[in-house]
Design a protein around this ligand. Structure first.
Ligand code: PMP
Ligand code: GLN
Length: 397
């Protein structure tokens, strides 16, 4: 039995169950409003849903090709051209994956050697640390702090970024728009990051799943559009956030053929392929008119402002965000001990709302212990009900 007790691969020690699974289970158990795990509570465009139904009915139910169906690879390439002016060969520079999660896993497992270092901004999406560990590599975090960019926004210290790069650094892993802070990296910040990557000859992997959830007034810049960056950057995205289909898990990786091939080499032994009827449906989505994409961003901005105002009124310190589903707050005005994990575990019982503690997104968890993330991707009446419940917390103190 000792073997069974100790069966977890040591590189995964400490990763346990993801915070999203834990907090969504808590929401189910308590019936609380779930502003934890980021998923919308309404369906996306009917054209996309209808295309999936049609694909199932017309027999697209067997394994798709290893790279993904040609129509989706072409649609991804056309999307990158249309929105960002990037030219990609759908045969060699586009790979369809089981969500962005698998694209990230494939890229990191496919390109990192044991002992390599990966420079990554923290806080970071939870799968990054786990996959870096599985690859036998080491994350070297660069801290994003509120107030280091304009108007109280999250930013980083350029010297810290430069100092994070050493002889073992192989890759820089970026996420913009950023989960959990809602930061959209500016062109100037990306220029600096690009300089560091070029100087040290780093591979760059960039996670852009929230590319279409950037609020009016801000702009998403893929780092691969900067000078000399397309040739060293693998860009990852997925259809989940853009088409309200987070359960479909259709993602993609685009970039130089060798980086796509390395990702595919690992990916083919993870899932091989997935989602054959969903692939043509996401291809339809990527071809929707510009008005669809701008309305999506405007609608999310409204939800974001609604939630952020409610959280501020409830007494939290809310940090400004320019995109994504998420608002990060400092809980200390409401919970002076600043223990975000305890706060989130107790919140459903206290007031019927679920949120996610940000400490899980840090290598050094103490940096995020007083921070909590709320998701705004819900119907307005759900947001209103949640903030009303949260407002009661200050009164209860
Ligand atoms: N990256 C980030 C930053 C995310 O927030 C998420 C979760 N939506 C993912 C990757 C995973 O995306 P997918 O559901 O397409 O695997
Ligand atoms: N990306 C979503 C979030 O950050 C959840 C993804 C997941 O459950 N793994 O909330």
């Amino acid at each position: 039995m000792d073997a069974v007790e100790a069966c977890l691969n040591t590189s995964l020690a400490g990763f346990g169950t993801t915070i999203f699974a834990e907090m969504s289970a808590l929401a189910d158990r308590t019936g609380a409003i779930n502003l934890g795990q980021g998923f919308p509570d309404t369906d996306g465009p009917s054209e996309v849903l209808d295309a999936a139904v049609e694909a199932i009915r017309s027999g697209e139910n067997q394994y798709p090709p290893g790279l993904g169906i040609p129509a989706l690879r072409q649609a991804v390439a056309a999307h990158q051209q249309r929105f960002y002016g990037l030219n990609l060969d759908p045969e060699t520079e586009v790979l369809i994956t089981a969500g962005a999660t698998e694209a990230l896993a494939g890229a990191l497992l496919g390109m990192l050697e044991s002992g390599d270092e990966v420079v990554v901004f923290e806080p970071m999406y939870d799968s990054y640390q786990a996959v870096i560990a599985l690859a036998g590599a080491r994350p070297v975090p660069v801290l994003l702090r509120p107030g280091l960019a304009t108007d109280g926004r999250y930013g980083f210290d350029p010297d810290e970024l430069r100092a994070a790069v050493g002889p073992r650094t192989k890759m820089l892993l970026l996420n913009t728009p950023h989960n959990p802070t809602g930061k959209v990296f500016s062109h100037d910040e990306l220029t600096l990051i690009a300089e560091v990557a070029i100087d040290a000859d780093l591979l760059v992997v960039t996670d852009e799943v929230y590319e279409h959830l950037v609020f009016p007034g801000s702009r998403h810049h893929p780092i691969s559009t900067l000078d000399s960056m397309a040739e060293r950057t693998l860009t990852i995205s997925s259809g989940g956030k853009t088409f309200n289909t987070t359960g479909w898990k259709i993602g993609w990786a685009t970039g130089p053929a060798p980086m796509v091939a390395a990702t595919r080499t690992a990916k083919q032994f993870l899932t091989y392929v997935n989602g054959s009827p969903f692939q043509p449906a996401i291809a339809v989505g990527l071809g929707l008119c510009d008005a669809f994409f701008s309305a999506l961003a405007a609608e999310m901005a409204e939800k974001h402002h609604r939630l952020a105002e409610g959280l501020t009124a409830a007494g939290f310190e809310v940090y400004p965000a320019d995109g994504t589903y998420f608002s990060t707050v400092d809980i200390r005005p409401i919970a002076p001990d600043g223990d975000g994990m305890a706060f989130c575990r107790a919140l459903p019982e206290r007031c019927g709302v679920v949120a996610v503690p940000n400490d899980v997104f840090y290598v050094n968890r103490a940096h995020g212990s007083h921070l909590v993330r709320f998701a705004c991707c819900k119907r307005p009446e759900v947001i209103d009900e949640a903030v009303e419940r949260l407002a009661a917390l200050a009164v209860m103190r």
